[in-house]
Design a protein around this ligand. Structure first.
Ligand SMILES: [Zn+2]
Length: 463
């Protein structure tokens, strides 16, 4: 048992001072005491918060961040730059990434996530096969690399192997750029069951699944895999990309006469176990039904802005009791504050109002956003995290409040100052399962992870 004493901390029932958190040998919180005796103990100064889950990540895409910002050539009849032109660049890069490259990129990314205050990642992992599209002898090779990166960096992970077998609605054949993603039900369940077996006793690893989208999995495939999954773990998380693009909505209507979220709600038992990533394009009835389902809306505001996806109706959804969480998705930015800030700013720009997602009169927007993203991220990752309480993992971040704009702030004001006024990163210390992985803003792998990442990037750019 070790005990950490925090000057101030956000607990499930609010802010408290002199908080002693006792952590057991497995990294779980064994006791929480407010107004603890500080005599003889070293107090961790600053503000302690539950670490934030980053519920949606495609780790390998970090290598591409910033490469898709040049507009395409001007040609008669050319489509404007969009998600689809960005996807072409992404497919080009991953054509030459080997398992070591993916592990190197993921390690660097996860170190950066920890420094940003994310203590768990939901890895939506679809790069399963070798460069030529053939399966590795161990079909879970690539997933193992990503989990290895998480373990090395010290971040908790919910690994979500992606079910991907088609290129469009109604089972259209996959294209060459997608050959590394493809699995039938048996091949896919090989990966899932081997990961379940390997990590059954792991405190920091959970395994779920992620049907890529209604474009990439037919209804039959979806049913077959979910029923196989239920025989292994009927509570494990299910994530799916759902309505990121208007083209996706149009194609779904043409195929089924229903919009994607409408189709999913009508054809699957969508409940707390589900996380719908980019439920961006919704009509009001879908928004209300999705909120009532208890599923998480997995929002990635910075990536969605970067890709020109559209704006999720967050106000209506949250007013109806909908659960949200955040993810950094393409990793164009790895910055929790940016995700929450742009979630709120998108709504402000649209509604011409302020404090749109504060959750009611006289409430802090920063606090409400932080609480909401903690709850939804925890639910989506299916792990005991997201609150500093007995039984949960001791995943704790500490903000340095000695410099402006956090200086002199207290309670929810700290979160408001961080979300809306900070241009630097105030995350000073990070603990995952009670183990300190970031100290004074640095991670022990900083230099090595950066050097290795640069080497891989140089090679990929030359490829
Ligand atoms: Zn995604």
């Amino acid at each position: 048992m070790t005990t950490l004493l925090f000057e101030t901390a956000l607990l499930p029932d609010g802010w408290a001072n002199n908080v002693a958190i006792t952590i057991d040998a497995d990294g779980a919180i064994a006791q929480v005491e407010k107004d603890a005796e500080i005599k003889g103990s070293t107090v961790v100064t600053g503000a302690a918060l539950p670490g934030m889950p980053n519920l949606h990540s495609h780790a390998f895409q970090r290598a591409i961040a910033g490469f898709g910002e040049v507009s395409g050539p001007e040609q008669a009849g050319a489509e404007p730059d969009s998600f689809w032109s960005w996807r072409k660049i992404m497919y080009g890069f991953l054509a030459s990434m080997n398992p070591e490259d993916v592990q190197t990129i993921a390690t660097k990314l996860y170190v950066d996530m920890l420094k940003a205050g994310y203590t768990t990642v939901g890895e939506f992992h679809y790069l399963h096969h070798d460069i030529n599209g053939s399966a590795f002898a161990d079909r879970a090779e690539m997933s193992n690399r990503v989990i290895g990166a998480a373990e090395n960096a010290g971040i908790g992970i919910t690994q979500l192997p992606v079910l991907y077998n088609y290129s469009g609605f109604g089972g259209q054949p996959a294209n060459d750029g997608q050959r590394r993603f493809l699995n039938d039900a048996d091949g896919f369940m090989d990966i899932v069951s081997s990961l379940h077996k390997a990590h059954a006793d792991s405190f920091n690893v959970r395994v779920g699944i992620a049907p890529h989208s209604l474009r990439a999995a037919t209804p039959e495939l979806l049913n077959e895999v979910i029923s196989a999954l239920n025989s292994i773990d009927s509570a494990s998380p299910i994530h799916i990309h759902i309505a990121e693009q208007t083209k996706e909505v149009d194609d779904c209507l043409a195929w089924s006469n229903k919009r994607p979220v409408e189709w999913l709600l009508d054809n699957q038992d969508v409940n707390e176990r589900w996380c719908l990533i980019h439920a961006t394009h919704l009509v009001d009835s879908e928004t209300d039904q999705l909120a009532a389902s208890g599923a998480v809306a997995g929002l990635c505001p910075v990536t969605e802005a970067n890709l020109g996806d559209g704006l999720f109706p967050a106000r209506r959804f949250m007013d109806k009791g909908g659960v949200i969480g955040i993810g950094s998705d393409s990793h164009i930015s790895v910055n929790m504050k940016e995700e929450l800030r742009w979630l709120e700013y998108g709504q402000r720009l649209f509604s011409h109002e302020r404090a749109v997602l504060s959750g009611g009169a006289d409430r802090s927007t920063g606090r409400n956003l932080y609480d909401a993203a903690l709850a939804g991220g925890t639910q989506a990752c299916g792990r005991p995290i997201g609150a500093l309480k007995v039984g949960n993992r001791a995943d704790i971040i500490v903000l340095d409040c000695n410099a402006s704009p956090l200086y002199g702030r207290a309670g929810d004001g700290i979160l408001d100052a961080w979300m809306f006024a900070c241009d630097t990163n105030p995350v000073r210390d990070v603990y995952v399962g009670g183990k300190q992985v970031v100290s004074g803003g640095t991670h022990s792998l900083d230099e090595m992870a950066e050097a290795d990442f640069q080497q891989v990037l140089s090679r990929l750019m030359d490829a």
